[in-house]
Ligand binder design. Structure first.
Ligand code: GTP
Ligand code: MG
Length: 472
């Protein structure tokens, strides 16, 4: 809360001036939108907009008017639809004007220039959303979910972000904070009437409630792993000797011919990255150059890159060729993923003659799954997708809980709260005076407040909103 006051006192007149930005991507499209928010939004629009019919009045609010944007010389700049929304029922809770012009770089830039010379200030990235937050329309977790909605890569990611925008996480956090505050009030009361048996009784009750709240915090942390996966996805790398069918496998999973496939070993030289969706998880799938002994300098560079990528991958798909016996290069590759989450794929399962020993491979896989697939015939791929989902989500999935924590910042705040509550439990068990434990309870309350923004600092706000796009 102290942070917010600083923010407002920061000399930026944050909420007093009227901000403007182009809210649509710069490029050619059907419509471009220049958006204004702030007390002078209507006055500024009046200076540059003429409607054909009657005068439009701000008092009506939430209307679209047809008309033209004119430059100071009275020349028509573009034909537009102007949307005006009266505070407080708007995105920022301020007066908002949205000028819908023809989608193109020049019209929207020209209109933005006119708006700025008529008295608006260029908005910083995320400043519309920052105002929505500062004006109390949304809390911080909700503001952050807006970026997640924009950046969602699968429907599940979108669903989680929308739930967060609707306040699913915020409600849970506020409930936890409320109960912590209740405990602090109890401790206060205790200090005023410091009778021994009352203190002991309070200590017992605190211990029980703090323990319960700690469990709830830990539940949220457990869900965060799954949430992070839905939001950020999984880096998956396909590796194997040349010609085993790595690129064919990528194409089969993508269901399109993305990578060049040929029977010449060494076909793939560059790293190819694509996104696929497995049960709502965005998978960044990376095809690589075949790994083998070579003197070819270009191939060597490709392989060096592959080795780096293996280290950074969350999951490795090791591809083997059913028609060829395992050789030293295969064993090297298998050795290089000793400590990684991996699936072993014996490709070309359609070949009549199999040269790979199931038993030998089972030993080498060391408990990790071995699947027989054919990229050519597209068999075994459903099992592969199921296996990947299971490996990635196994142990992390807490049902389809709406209030899944997806954001690393939120997870860190929860972990801080967890540490403080754990300390409080330890102290209460040692029967320290309750006001000592109260210090940790208060710290946990503050840590949780960073999620919704009721105990947030200016730095944090800067960091969060800088991550937004301009015009949002
Ligand atoms: N029979 C059969 N042939 C396959 C299968 N998958 C791939 N191939 C063939 O194997 C050859 C090599 O396929 P690629 O996908 O280019 O192999 P790669 O592992 O990407 O090879 P490099 O990029 O050279 O490392 C091609 O001739 C493919 O048609 C399969 O499931 N069955
Ligand atoms: Mg290839």
């Amino acid at each position: 809360m102290l942070g917010l006051k600083n923010y407002l006192a920061g000399g930026l007149n944050l909420l007093e001036d009227t901000i403007a930005a182009i809210s649509t991507p710069l490029g050619e499209g059907g419509i471009g939108i220049v958006r204004l928010s702030g007390p002078a939004a209507f006055d500024i629009a009046k200076k540059i907009f003429r409607s054909k019919k009657k005068e439009w009045s701000a008092a009506e609010g939430h209307r679209l008017v047809y008309g033209h944007i004119l430059d100071p010389a009275g020349q028509i700049v573009d034909e537009v639809l102007l949307g005006y929304m009266k505070a407080p029922h708007t995105y920022t809770r301020e007066d908002i004007i949205e000028i819908n012009c023809h989608g193109g770089i020049v019209p929207s830039k020209k209109i933005l220039e006119l708006v700025l010379s008529a008295g608006a200030r260029l908005a910083r990235p995320g400043e519309f959303s920052l105002r929505a937050f500062l004006n109390g329309r949304i809390d911080l977790a909700q503001a952050e979910s807006i970026i997640d909605i924009i950046r969602a890569r699968t429907e599940t990611g979108l669903k989680l972000a929308v739930a967060q925008l609707n306040g699913s996480l915020s409600r849970k956090i506020l409930e936890l904070q409320d109960r912590l505050l209740g405990l602090l009030a109890q401790v206060e009361a205790n200090i005023d009437f410091p009778e021994d048996d009352l203190e002991a009784a309070t200590g017992q009750e605190l211990l029980r409630t703090v323990g319960e709240l700690l469990e709830q915090v830990e539940d949220l942390i457990r869900g965060a792993q799954a949430g992070k996966i839905y939001r950020e996805g999984i880096r998956t790398i396909i590796i194997g000797r040349p010609n085993v069918g790595k690129s064919s496998l990528l194409n089969a999973l993508l269901r399109e011919n993305r990578a060049i496939v040929s029977d010449i070993p060494g076909t793939t030289r560059d790293i190819i990255e694509e996104m696929i969706n497995i049960g709502g998880i965005p998978l960044k799938i990376i095809d690589t150059a075949g790994l083998h002994e070579t003197e070819n300098i270009i191939e060597k560079i490709g392989m060096e890159k592959t080795r780096e990528m293996i280290n950074r991958a969350d999951l490795v798909l090791v591809v083997l060729d059913a028609g060829r016996e395992l050789v030293a290069a295969d064993l090297d590759i298998i050795g290089s993923v000793r400590d990684k989450k991996a699936v072993f794929l014996v490709n070309k399962d359609d070949l009549a003659e199999k040269k790979i020993s199931v038993e030998e491979l089972d030993v080498l896989a060391a408990g990790r799954p071995v699947l027989w697939v054919s990229a050519k015939e597209e068999t075994g791929l459903d099992e592969l997708e199921e296996k990947i989902f299971e490996m990635v989500m196994g142990g992390h999935l807490s049902g389809t809980d709406d209030a899944l924590v997806t954001n690393t910042r939120h997870k860190q705040a929860l972990e801080a709260a967890q540490r403080h509550l754990t300390d409080a439990v330890a102290e209460l068990k040692k029967k320290v005076p309750v006001d000592v434990a109260a210090i940790d309870i208060r710290a946990a309350w503050e840590a949780l407040g960073e999620i919704t923004g009721n105990t947030v600092t200016e730095d944090l706000l800067d960091r969060i909103f800088a991550d937004f796009c301009i015009g949002k």
